[in-house]
Design a protein around this ligand. Sequence first.
Ligand code: ATP
Ligand code: MG
Length: 285
Amino acid sequence: MTQPVIVGTDGSRAATAAVEWAAGDAARKGLPLRIVHAVDRLPYEIARYPIPVEDQLDRAGRRILEDAEQVVRETHPVVRVTTALIEGDPSRVLRQEAGNAAQIVVGSRGHGGFAGMLLGSVSMHVAGQVDVPVVVVRPGVSAPHGLVVVGVDGSDEAGTALTYAFEEARRRDCRLLALYAWQLPVHAFAPEITYDIDEVRKAQEDYVADTLRAHRDRYPDVRAEMRAVCAHPVAALVEAGEKADLLVVGSRGRGAVGAAVLGSVSRAVLHHAHCAVAVVRPPRD
Ligand SMILES: Nc1ncnc2c1ncn2[C@@H]1O[C@H](COP(=O)(O)OP(=O)(O)OP(=O)(O)O)[C@@H](O)[C@H]1O
Ligand SMILES: [Mg+2]
């Protein structure tokens, strides 16, 4: 069976942007779209005060799904669309849905949470936590720039991200910019360690050229540029993302510690990027 693109919605502005983005993605890939709304009863369960909200929540949920379906029919009428109302915690529901999805799409924020937050807990707990790519969409994104940006750092994750980015660039008929941000270690406690900065720079640029070569051969129709920059990766990626339609990162890079599933760069990029961000995890062995 063809696995659908799955989008989660709580009816919020960001979620509606996610629905539109997911419909475009499904149309480009020729995949069906499944819109999911998780009915979470927990916030309505006030301790020692039972309220009969069951029917109202289901009704509100069905309404959210109908509105989302309508958005798809208006913007991408060719897409085959289905909806599902599922009871449970939204992050858990979407992680389960990922088992039978080509990709999961969510908004950066929802209806809940503290107003100043840049990323909601559902997006945070789904991105990087499932085997399929997760795209986090920001509302209010402007006209297409014709550019896909991908961050690379020499890890397996970055290789997977690079392949994903090339596929997206080809499908969207976009340019691709692969960014490798490198920095010298801070050595306040060992100032006697010195570097030949030109040699370091040359080594970084050689690495970048090697990385891109294999992909260039596989995707001769994609106009790709690879840039090594001496900057913090989050700053470099977020800045490049200002003029991109999609920013692609691996779920975990080389600097990952312990059991963290989402690396610090991916996490920060998800918070601060101005465009849609795809978090891609390499296939399991
Ligand atoms: N009940 C839900 N069912 C399906 N998808 C959901 C649901 N709630 C959130 N989502 C998805 O997750 C995205 C981010 O929402 P999230 O809930 O993480 O942010 P928030 O409401 O601002 O913060 P929080 O819920 O953590 O207080 C939404 O745009 C939507 O795509
Ligand atoms: Mg929420």
